[in-house]
Design a binder for this molecule. Structure first.
Ligand SMILES: [Zn+2]
Length: 357
């Protein structure tokens, strides 16, 4: 039986608000976006990109369908009178003899393409085009790293492991923020994508955005490790795995002393590579440092040595013994943005301890 660690129930409320639009395409867009998070959790970055491309396509079509279904129907289908009749079924019902005709319900078999759908929606919301078109769609011969180009390449030829950093970039810098903006615009700000996808999980999308921005600033190519805390938080929320309890080093949940002994063993291992004097302890943002037996085991944050002279505590590593999230100093930008601002009391007491205050 899967356990979901729910930190707020807003996603249920948000789903209800979305129901008011009575659009199976909007519902489907959220389902696709949620499915993409599972693919990210399962390390299927390319497939997650494909899923988000689907999410965007159906959300765009959902918006056009709110005006009329005819706007998303494939041009060839529109040449058939039978299709037109189905599309205009309601109008026929208002005609004195037309209402006697037997007209089947409209069934969408072929719809317009992604690009066409985007351009039609962008006409409704000026501003969408200049910000997003290039990131979403490639014109001939340019932007070979647009979301939809990557999607087509993955669909037809399979994903390339060496491009995973680029896929990650399109996922967090393009797909999620575009969907977020689209939902904002379409619902006048009343339905929020982060709430739909659970805001504590969406937090990690923003962490990944910051990591990729830092890498760009340092002229380093995008790296898929930016998605690591998103993966971890997603898995932890829905399954509470990985955790020490799934390790070979199994411990008895009920016995506090077992936990303590376990943590001591883990600390010895950790401090073989980390300088213990450069660590502080905080609540883990993923598992709240709560192993579920009433005890409380704080996570370790490794600090940068050089910036301590200036009284700056800069996280460069993170390790939680409860949910097993480990961010190595090689992934320092991730540690920095995932941990965020350290609590003031932690900073003050650390600086006092090392005699800087
Ligand atoms: Zn944790």
């Amino acid at each position: 039986m899967p356990i979901t660690f729910v930190k707020s129930g807003r996603f249920l409320e948000e789903r209800e608000k979305l129901e008011a639009y009575n659009s199976r395409l909007f519902r489907s867009a959220v389902d696709f976006a949620e499915a993409s998070l599972w693919l990210i959790a399962g390390d299927q970055v390319g497939q997650a990109l494909v899923m988000l491309d689907n999410a965007i396509e159906v959300a765009l079509k959902g918006e056009l369908e709110r005006i009329h279904r005819i706007l998303i129907t494939d041009k060839k289908a529109l040449e058939k009178y039978e299709t037109l009749k189905s599309l205009l079924r309601d109008a026929f019902l208002n005609h004195p003899t037309g209402r006697a005709l037997e007209i089947p319900e409209f069934d969408i078999e072929k719809t317009i393409y992604f690009e066409e759908a985007f351009d039609r929606v962008a006409e409704l919301y000026p501003g969408l085009k200049s910000t997003w078109r290039k990131q979403l769609i490639s014109a001939k011969g340019e932007n070979q790293d647009s979301l939809h180009t990557f999607r087509n390449s993955i669909i037809h030829y399979g994903g390339k492991p060496e491009l995973e950093g680029r896929y990650a970039e399109r996922i967090v810098d393009t797909a999620f923020p575009f969907l977020k903006e689209l939902f904002d615009r379409v619902t006048g700000g009343s339905v929020s994508l982060p709430f739909l996808l659970k805001e504590w999980i969406y937090r990690e999308v923003e962490v990944a955005q910051s990591v990729l921005r830092d890498l760009r600033t340092e002229s380093i190519l995008p790296k898929s490790y930016a998605l690591k805390t998103l993966q971890h938080h997603m898995i932890w929320t829905h399954t509470q795995w990985p955790s020490p309890r799934d390790d070979l080093d199994v411990i008895d949940r009920g016995a506090e002393t077992e936990w303590e002994r376990y943590i001591e063993r883990q600390k010895v291992k950790l401090f073989e590579t980390w300088d213990e004097d450069l660590t502080v302890e905080i609540h883990c943002p993923v598992c709240d440092s709560n192993p579920g037996d009433g005890s409380f085991i704080e996570a370790q944050v490794l600090l940068e040595n050089e910036s301590l002279d200036r009284n700056i505590l800069l996280p460069v590593g993170f390790n939680c013994f409860v949910c097993d999230l480990n961010i190595s100093p090689k992934e320092r930008f991730l540690a920095q943005h995932f941990v965020g601002q350290l609590p003031e009391d932690v900073v003050t007491s650390y600086l006092k301890d090392i005699g800087q205050l």
